[in-house]
Design a protein around this ligand. Structure first.
Ligand code: ZN
Length: 646
């Protein structure tokens, strides 16, 4: 459990624009920052971050909230997890109170798995550095590979001992249950007989985008061919292979800064390149590249350079993955290392300046690379050449941008010695087929015609008082804590001036007339204000953004970010000099307009009843009641300076 005071300091320190920028490439626009929304697939940015309001909001999919809700939503974290993440991000120490047994029971599965992973991670590191076995087997292996101690520590490399259940015993002694041991994949076997999945291996922890340990890779050191060289954690509640890139946590900033992502095959390639100072490197860690992984990279850059070691079979197998990158509209370059070298060995043999120059000069674009590769393979055989032309054109057809397509057609026509027009015809045929197929399928979300931007709907469609209620909540959210002096009359009619927070004033005014809001959500917010005010605290907008009810969070964000300004606010600013005066006027105006809406609804209801009433006495009573209400409306509207037209 995190003490309340620490929570406050975390939320005050964390800057939303910095936290979001770790995941989304943002550009400044006026006082806001915009970028492509990480929560839905879009081509034009509608995701907005307002540093001033400490909020984010996507005008495409409607997601919005404060810095903690961004982390929760984006990283699928619970609130405490998100706070801990932010604390780590800003080096704020979290002195966690020991959780009680009841609280432990309440922790969700994710938290339990992540806790165990962290525990295991510490254990493996300790085994590597502090035991004789770890040092002589694990540490010496890493050092032989050329890893320096600082690098080993940065990537959290570790060692899992030879004894088959060393970790399981250790974890059980510390109270970890069999179910989480099995679900993280740290243990295998059955609940009755558990043993270590990774025993007798060196350990490569796998970090999420935010640096949490979500899984492990273990490499065996003996040369027993019957065992897999690398073993990875199985999929779990916290580890999804197809959405993870090894090294992304350490690489993301360099990828964004250099506007290029280097893609390698193995853990050790990533680590060696980092050690050499080339940090924009990730690995797809064993699996073939997935669309989710490509989109993860696309958040930081549109450029990928794939680094291959010289094994042609491996390259051919990966071509399909590259087609997927092209489909995402990214630019792909390919770099082939000299025979017998992989990125790891190459980078250890050459000074970093040479490696950088090599990457820069030798990377070729993917289409050219693929054409050349297939061309070398097919030689002069005419049938295989025809098949090759088809294959290349199919790849070019994947590129969404027509200008790029025509550039590649030209280049391939030259390389393949095929007339350009032949390639263009083949390409067009493919594109038509693709379009035909697309027309039969439902459009993917991003290509569906966008609904017209929501206009303020005619007020008739909303229940009476709807907008007036929102206006009052909006004032309380934005100015609730502002102290203003208000003038009231005492019982003898003498003016009394007193100061109070805006929200308190509005609440007292509504309470005096025993008014509550019609809309249940609006009323829930009103009641929250009222309850807290009784304790002498006016809740801030932040308070509502952390509400467990997502509907409330959404409403709060909508109101804080809504483009509609306070009624007449701008216009009145012209006549009134000081801001408190403007605010006071806006408050009084909003209160009157709200009360008028309540009275109008009441008056309409009476009109309806009058129409149905048959009894004369009843009619008279209704008539009198209605006249009273209409008189009140008249007074209010006089105060508002509006003339009633009917
Ligand atoms: Zn969105």
């Amino acid at each position: 459990m995190i003490p309340q005071q620490t929570v406050r300091s975390i939320l005050e320190t964390a800057r939303i624009e910095e936290v979001v920028a770790d995941f989304v490439k943002l550009k400044r626009r006026g006082s806001n920052l915009i970028g492509l929304c990480p929560f839905h697939n879009e081509k034009t940015p509608s995701f907005t971050v307002s540093p001033g309001k400490a909020l984010f909001k996507c005008f495409g999919c409607g997601k919005g909230g404060d810095v903690a809700s961004f982390v929760m939503e984006h990283e699928h974290m619970s609130y405490p997890e998100a706070l801990k993440y932010l604390a780590r991000r800003y080096n704020i120490e979290v002195e966690e109170r020991e959780a009680t047994p009841d609280e432990i029971l309440l922790q969700n599965l994710r938290e339990r798995l992540l806790n165990l992973n962290t525990f295991a991670q510490n254990y493996f590191v300790q085994q590597l550095f502090e035991t004789a076995e770890g040092q002589s087997v694990g540490l010496s292996y890493f050092k032989e590979r050329g890893f320096r101690e600082a690098t080993i520590k940065k990537f959290g490399l570790g060692y899992s001992p030879h004894q088959r259940d060393a970790f399981v015993r250790h974890a059980r002694q510390h109270g970890y249950q069999a179910d989480v041991l099995l679900q993280t994949g740290l243990a295998a076997g059955s609940e009755e007989r558990l043993f270590d999945r990774f025993h007798d291996r060196v350990i490569f922890p796998i970090h999420s985008l935010t640096g949490q340990v979500i899984g492990f890779g273990g490499r065996i050191l003996d040369s027993d061919k019957s065992k897999a060289k690398y073993l990875n954690s199985p999929e779990s509640e916290v580890y999804n292979k197809s959405k993870t890139l090894y090294g992304i946590f350490f690489a993301r900033q360099a990828i964004a800064r250099l506007d290029n992502c280097l893609l390698v095959e193995g853990y050790t390639d990533v680590i060696s390149m980092h050690q050499a100072g080339i940090e924009n490197v990730v690995a797809s860690s064993g699996t073939s590249l997935t669309t989710e992984q490509i989109r993860l990279i696309k958040r930081y850059t549109k450029n990928i350079t794939i680094l291959y070691d010289g094994d042609p079979a491996g390259i051919k197998a990966s071509l399909r993955g590259v087609d997927m990158i092209l489909e995402e509209g990214m630019n792909v370059r390919v770099l082939l290392f000299p025979e017998g070298d992989d990125p790891d060995s190459f980078v250890q043999k050459h000074p970093v300046s040479q490696v950088e120059a090599f990457i820069k000069n030798k990377a070729t674009d993917f289409i050219t690379f693929k054409t050349k590769l297939l061309l070398d393979e097919s030689g002069r055989d005419p049938i295989r050449r025809a098949a090759l032309v088809t294959e290349i054109v199919e790849t070019i057809a994947l590129i969404p941008d027509s200008i790029y397509r025509s550039v590649y057609i030209k280049e391939c026509s030259r390389m393949l010695e095929v007339e350009e027009v032949v390639l263009v015809n083949a390409l067009n045929k493919l594109l038509r087929k693709k379009i035909g197929k697309k027309l039969q399928e439902p459009l993917p979300e991003e290509e569906q015609p966008r609904p017209a931007q929501p206009q303020q709907p005619p007020e008739e469609e909303f229940p009476p008082g709807y907008f007036q209620e929102r206006e009052l909540i909006k004032i309380m959210l934005q100015y609730g804590n502002t102290d203003l002096s208000f003038e009231l009359q005492d019982e003898e009619g003498n003016p009394v001036i007193y100061r109070e927070p805006v929200a308190q004033h509005i609440l007292s005014d509504l309470q005096a007339d025993r008014l509550s809001f019609n809309n249940p959500l609006h009323n829930a917010m009103l009641e929250t204000f009222s309850r807290s005010a009784q304790d002498g605290v006016i809740p801030t907008s932040q308070h509502f953004l952390q509400n467990p009810d997502p509907e409330i969070v959404k409403l709060a964000v909508d109101l804080i970010t809504s483009p509609y300004e306070l009624h007449n606010w701008e216009r009145k600013k012209i006549y009134v000099k000081t801001e408190p005066d403007v605010l006071k006027q806006a408050i009084e105006g909003s209160l009157y307009r709200y009360k008028d809406s309540v009275l109008k609804a009441k008056s309409d209801e009476l009109t309806e009843k009058l129409r149905e009433a048959t009894d004369v006495d009843e009619q008279t009573a209704l008539q009198i009641e209605k006249m009273g209400i209409d008189r009140m409306r008249m007074i209010i509207n006089q105060k508002l300076g509006i003339v009633i037209t009917r």
